[in-house]
Design a protein around this ligand. Structure first.
Ligand code: ADP
Length: 444
């Protein structure tokens, strides 16, 4: 009250002083009139400023009004506070924007859940993982949108110590690891991670172990069976039968050794990601030795032709290239009946080099061709085993070629034969390498 009186004091003094002066010069009536007019002007001014203040409070986006006297102090204070608030708001908005951008950039999905399990916010990854629409699904209960029973059970259980894995029926199907984390007061964060790739790799690993065990079990059982028979009944068997049993056991042991050799080769190819590129492999020598080896394997049952463009050298690993070239050539022998023809060719030009193995053997139906380089994939399991196959030859070829930046193409007609061709880029040719280096040198 005292403050109100004090604030009105200067105006009261001004009006009273002016009234006294007018009274002195013009009499009491004029003094009273002047006092009333001044009072009215003052009241009008107060009402005007009050009106401006109300208008500004209703619409703070407008500029803060200006005035004089006590109103000026009030408006200036309001202006300063408004400016400070706007700066704080700007900082908060920038922080929020940064947080949102960081959440959007995360490789994992994030959903903020309200206490009633409705969606408050989600990032792009979460909307992709869970099939949510950020425009229409905000505010919707998540259990109505993600209806997978495993997830709904997890959400409602309140036990969030462990994540849960859920296989989504999306296209393509995804396996998600979902984890709910509590934060603030009764709020929850749902984190989603795509573990489809890990799951696929796990399945491949499991299949591989099962396949290896299966491949080993058969020859091992045969070898153990023969040894047992020999131990139990060697005197009664006679030398000829015993020798026959030992030869069969030896054949199975050779199969196992071949399988282990192929497995070790695959493991060594997979454990090192780069091929030594300082070795030059003479293609003519390499193919002569491959042809020699398959002639032995064929035992004169096939006509084997070798056509090599002389003077070529490949950059890469001799052992790996020999293994890949030999696998393709020995397959041609194994899958071509007696009397068939096998042709090994090598040619290169400025575009690159090409090694082809052509046979007129049993051929391959088109549906099998895309899967031939999978480990343990065989078109005819019986024929592969009978001819000493491990089912790993073309998987090894694929790895070796990848490491030498080469590609494999297969054309085949069942009953007519097959042609396996390996294409090397010119950067893998030793002579071409020198030409490229010379080109670069002369251009520099
Ligand atoms: P395998 O040890 O069984 O020969 P590979 O990985 O070398 O294993 O070959 C995979 C499969 O591809 C073989 O089982 C065979 O069915 C088929 N295949 C490979 N080369 C030929 C070929 N030249 N002619 C016919 N079939 C072939």
């Amino acid at each position: 009250m005292l403050q109100v009186l004090l604030s009105a004091f200067p105006v009261t003094v001004l009006i009273a002083g002016t009234a006294l002066l007018v009274d002195w010069f013009a009499g009491r009536r004029w003094a009273l009139t002047t006092a009333i007019v001044l009072l009215l002007v003052w009241v009008m001014q107060q009402l005007l400023h009050r009106e401006r203040l109300i208008r500004w409070l209703n619409d703070p986006e407008r500029a803060v009004p200006t005035a004089s006297g006590r109103w000026d102090i009030l408006f200036s204070t309001l202006y300063r506070r408004d400016k400070a608030n706007r700066a704080r708001l700007q900082t908060l908005q920038e922080d929020l924007q940064r947080m949102r951008e960081a959440s959007q950039a995360m490789p994992d999905g994030t959903v903020i859940l309200a206490t009633d399990n409705s969606i408050e916010w989600c990032n792009h990854t979460a909307s992709r993982h869970l099939g949510l629409n950020p425009q229409t699904d905000i505010g919707m209960p998540i259990a109505n949108l993600v209806r997978h029973p495993e997830f709904v059970r997890y959400l409602l259980s309140g036990e969030y110590n462990q994540p849960v894995s859920v296989r989504m029926s999306s296209q393509p199907p995804l396996t998600l690891q979902m984890q709910i984390v509590r934060f603030a007061e009764n709020r929850r964060l749902l984190l989603t991670r795509d573990i489809s790739q890990e799951e696929r790799l796990d399945a491949v690993r499991r299949d591989f172990v099962a396949n290896v065990s299966h491949e080993m079990k058969t020859p091992l059982t045969v070898v153990a069976g023969f040894i047992e028979t020999l131990l139990d009944a060697l005197p009664e068997l006679g030398t000829e039968t015993a020798l026959q049993y030992l030869q069969l056991a030896n054949h199975q042991a050779t199969r196992m050794r071949q399988l282990v050799d192929d497995l070790l080769m695959l493991a060594s190819l997979e454990s090192t990601s780069t091929t030594p590129h300082d070795e030059q492999v003479d293609v003519t020598m390499l193919l002569n030795s491959v042809a020699e080896e398959i002639r032995l394997l064929s035992g004169g049952n096939h006509e084997i032709i070798l056509e090599v463009q002389a003077g070529s050298a490949l950059i890469g690993n001799h052992r790996e290239l020999h293994s890949a070239f030999m696998n393709l050539a020995s397959n041609a022998v194994r899958y071509t009946p007696k009397g068939g023809h096998i042709k090994l060719t090598w040619q290169d030009d400025v575009a690159g080099g090409q090694y082809c193995v052509e046979d007129d053997g049993i051929g391959i139906a088109p549906e099998h061709i895309p899967r031939l380089t999978e480990r343990f994939y065989r078109v005819d399991r019986g024929r592969s085993r009978d001819t000493g196959g491990t089912g790993l030859g073309l998987a090894i070829v694929k790895h070796v070629l990848e490491r030498h930046h080469a590609t494999l193409s297969v054309t085949s007609t069942p009953g007519n034969g097959s042609c396996f061709c390996v294409n090397f880029p010119r950067t893998q040719l030793a002579a071409q390498k020198m030409l490229i280096a010379n080109d670069e040198f002369s251009n520099a």
